[in-house]
Design a protein. Structure first.
Length: 244
């Protein structure tokens, strides 16, 4: 089996690490990629083809892991060349996922839940071809939500309304505590009710949010666009914070 990637950040790098099998070959391309992405590819030691079109055409499963703003364009450019399954793992709205499906024959809507570089993330998928990906359970816990494109994306957005809004609040609260020379004490007293590992998890969440604020802002924009009929007071405040 051949699994190809369009986009090669931490998610793709971790999937290559977790899905270890002599029967699986991983492909990607360095076409128009940044030096940081090229470094990720070299570190993962995957096979590199000259273009993403060749990657798409050669893959039994093509996985799109780019950014919310690039996801639709990637589907439009390469979806037509995929002979097997096209698995979209980008944090996009169900509306965007449905638009991607217009350019892809066998789309599976996917959501990676958990820390992207952890040893035990969980994969949620939806779409008519989802059952064909259940072999991934041998490497990463995989759960089918439904046979409807958009359900995995919808669940992913719902989770993000909480996690990214919470991250923005943590950043703001921690900064105020630091300005008052009470940062360590601030995390200590929260750990009394939130658990012993709260401090480490919170600092990791803050660092991750700050280093990928652009991507997370794009994800919040997708939430605001999709759930525009809901009360999004806190989400909009988080988007404003991360955009700063």
């Amino acid at each position: 089996m051949i699994i190809g990637f369009v986009g090669f950040g931490k998610v793709a790098e971790n999937l290559v690490r977790l899905i270890k099998s002599d029967d699986i070959t991983f492909l990607t391309s360095t076409e128009n990629r940044s030096s940081n992405t090229i470094s990720n590819i070299k570190r993962a030691n995957v096979e590199v083809l000259p273009t993403f079109r060749e990657v798409a055409n050669s893959s039994d499963i093509l996985i799109s892991v780019t950014s919310p703003k690039e996801a639709l364009g990637v589907g439009e450019r390469y979806g037509r060349y995929v002979k097997g399954i096209y698995l979209d793992l980008n944090n996009v709205s169900p509306d965007t996922t449905i638009k991607i499906s217009e350019h892809v024959n066998d789309l599976v809507d996917g959501a990676i839940i958990g820390k992207i570089d952890s040893s035990n993330p969980r994969l949620y998928i939806s779409g008519e071809k989802s059952e064909e990906l259940l072999f991934l359970n041998d490497y990463i816990e995989t759960k089918i939500i439904s046979d409807r494109i958009g359900d995995a994306s919808r669940l992913k957005l719902l989770r993000s309304t909480y996690t990214k809004t919470l991250s923005a609040l943590l950043i703001e609260s921690a900064q105020i505590a630091k300005n008052n020379n009470l940062e360590e004490e601030f995390f200590d007293i929260l750990a009394l009710t939130e658990g012993d590992d709260f401090k480490d998890k919170s600092k990791s969440r803050i660092n991750n949010t700050l280093t990928s604020s652009k991507r997370k802002s794009e994800e919040l924009e997708e939430i605001v666009d999709y759930f525009n009929g809901e009360d999004l007071t806190m989400v909009k405040a988080a988007l404003k914070k991360l955009s700063q």
